[in-house]
Design a binder for this molecule. Sequence first.
Ligand code: ZN
Length: 92
Amino acid sequence: MSTFPGFECSVCGALKRDVNHWWLVSIVDVTSAAGLSSDLMISQWQPDLAAHKGRRPACGSNCAQKLVERWLTSGTLDAPRGAAGNPVEAHK
Ligand SMILES: [Zn+2]
C-alpha cells in the first residue's frame, strides 16, 4: 500500500492513499460588477492540482462538507482557531 507524500486531509489528517475518493476544495476570487467576491469550488482529485497552494484536500464527502461549512460560516477554509491537528498558517 503506497501513500502520496505530502497529501493529507485538511480536515481529519488522513493520509492520501492509492484508492479512495478524495476531493479538492478551494476558494476562487470572482470579480463582478458588484466588486470582488469569492466562490467555493470543489474539484475531483488530481495530484498536480492538489499541489497548488490554496486547494484543500478532503478525504471524502464528509470532510468536503466540513470545508463547505467552514466557508459558509467563516468565509475561509481554515479550521476554527485552536482546533487540534490543523496548524494555523501564517497569512500576513
Ligand atoms: Zn478527512
